[in-house]
Design a protein around this ligand. Sequence first.
Ligand SMILES: C[C@H]1O[C@@H](n2cnc3c(N)ncnc32)[C@H](O)[C@@H]1O
Ligand SMILES: Cc1ncc(COP(=O)(O)O)c(N)n1
Ligand code: MET
Ligand code: SF4
Ligand SMILES: [Zn+2]
Length: 424
Amino acid sequence: MTQMTEAKKGNVTPEMQAVAEFERVDVGKILNGLASGRIVIPKNINRDTKACGIGQGLTTKINANIGSSSKIEDIDLEIKKAKLAVDFGADAIMDLSTGPKLLEFRERIMDSVDVAIGTVPIYEAGVVTLNKGNEIIDMDEDDIFNSIIHQAKDGVDFMTLHCGINQDLVYKLQEAKRMMGIVSRGGTFLASWILHNEKENPLYSNYDYLLEIALEYDITLSLGDGLRPGCQSDATDTSQIQELVTLGTLVKRAQEAGVQTMVEGPGHVPLNQIRANMEIQKTLCHGAPFYVLGPIVTDLAPGYDHITSAIGGAIAASSGADFLCYVTPAEHLSLPSLEDVKEGVIASKIAAQAADVALGLDTAWEKEVEMAQARKNFDWEKQFDLAFDSVKPRHYRNKCELDDDEMCAMCGEYCAVKIAKGDF
Ligand SMILES: C[C@H]1O[C@@H](n2cnc3c(N)ncnc32)[C@H](O)[C@@H]1O
Ligand SMILES: Cc1ncc(COP(=O)(O)O)c(N)n1
Ligand code: MET
Ligand code: SF4
Ligand SMILES: [Zn+2]
C-alpha cells in the first residue's frame, strides 16, 4: 500500500486528511493530486512521520541537508542541526552523511525529528564498500540494493536515486566536454562505476526491482539529477536535458506502478533560464513534484550562496518548483555550522513565502496581512512572532532604547506610520 495506490482507489488516508487541513484545501484535491502523481506525501510505512504534502497547488516546502563528511564526524552537532532546522521551519531533513559511522548517524537523526527524512542510499553503499577496504567502483549491484532495502526497512521516507544517469548518457557526457563535468556526488559514484565496470547503471537496468521495494514500504522516489549543471555556463545543456528526458520515462513507470515520485533539479542556473527549466520538467516528467537545489543564479558569491539560491528558489517556486532544498553560506566551502543551517533555512523560507505570495496562496497572504497589521499597530511582539527569525529583529529593535513604542530609531519623531495613522 502507498498513499498513491490508496488515492487511485479513492481511499482517503489520515495523512491525506492531515495535509488537506494544514493546506486548507478540499481533501478531494489532495486525493486527485496523489492519484495523478502531482502531489506526494513522503512517509514510509515503518515510520511515524508528520504528514507533509509536496506538489501542485500546495505551499512550497523546504528541505535542510545535514550529516557528516569523511572529514568532520560529530553526531551531537548533526542532531542539533536537524532540530534547529525543524525549529526554523524545515519541512524535511536529508541525512547526507558520508562519514565512516553513517549507519549510526542515520538512526539517531531519524529518532530526533518527526519530519520526513530523506537519504541518498548510494552514499551508504559507497561508504560501506570503502570501509571494507575496497574502492567505490568495486561496489556490486547487491551492495546498492541492500542499502536501499536496509534503509527502507529502517523507515526512510524519501530517497534520492540517480536512476537516469545511464551508460549512454555517461559516454555522451565524455564527448560533451562540459566546463564542470559532474558535480553530483551520487552522480559521480555511479558514472565512475559505469565507466570502470563497463556496465549499465543498476538503478536504471533494475528499475522495476526498485519500484517493487518502493511500493512495499511506500518510499517516495526522488529521482536524482546526476548530470545537473555545476556552473552558469553548463546550465540547460544537452546532458542535463537528456537526463531529464530519461527521468520523464522513469516517472511514468513509477506513477503507473503506484510509487510516489519527485524529480530533482538544478543546481546552477542563470535567472532567465529558470522558468523554462521548471516548465520543461513539468512537461517531460508528467507533472511530478520538482525538488530543486537552489538554483544558484551567480557563482561569484561563495560565502553567500544562501542568497544566490534564495533568489533562484523564489523564481523557481513561483514557476512550478514545489520543494526547495536549502543552500547554506558554507556551500562550496565547508560543512555547515549551526549558524549556517539557520541562515540556510531562513533564506529558503523567504524564497518559499515569496513564491507562495506570487502564486496567490491564501495561507501565504494571510500571514502577510497579519504582519502589515502588526506593523501599522506598532505591535512589536506580534511582528517578532510572525517573523521567520524572532531573535534577530528583537535585537535590532532593542539596540536603541526608546520611550515611545510608536516609532523606531530609523525615523524617530518623524515616523511616517505614526504621523499618517490618524488620517489614513
Ligand atoms: C547536494 C547538496 O547537498 C549538500 N551536502 C552534501 N553533503 C552534505 C552534508 N553532509 N551536510 C550538509 N549538506 C550537504 C551540498 O552542499 C549540496 O548543496
Ligand atoms: C535537490 C537535491 N538534489 C540532489 C541531491 C543529492 O545530492 P547529489 O546528487 O550530489 O548526490 C539532494 N540531496 N538534493
Ligand atoms: C559544485 S559543488 C557540489 C554541490 C553544488 N552546489 C551543486 O550544484 O550540486
Ligand atoms: S568542491 Fe566541495 S562541495 Fe563541491 S563537490 Fe567538491 S567537496 Fe563537494
Ligand atoms: Zn555548486
